[in-house]
Design a protein. Sequence first.
Length: 88
Amino acid sequence: MTMKDAFPEMIIEGKPQCHIVSLAKDQNMVAASVGCALSRSRTGMRPEEMTCVIPGKKLADAVETLESTVGLDRAMARYASADSKRFV
């Protein structure tokens, strides 16, 4: 969820999982995959995990975007938690 919030244009693929590497390289975009049975078995990925690729030249900006998104999500969660007390 955090990745999709930070990169709304991000494509999330299924199989083949390795396809996301070419998306990152050829189209210079962040991409993710829920994986295929083969790669999930070989890598030991848990059901709640997925793979994400970030083009190297976008890495610094991607980290900054993720940090900002996480900070905003945390601030909203704190507000919602405090606000929910008025309904008790």
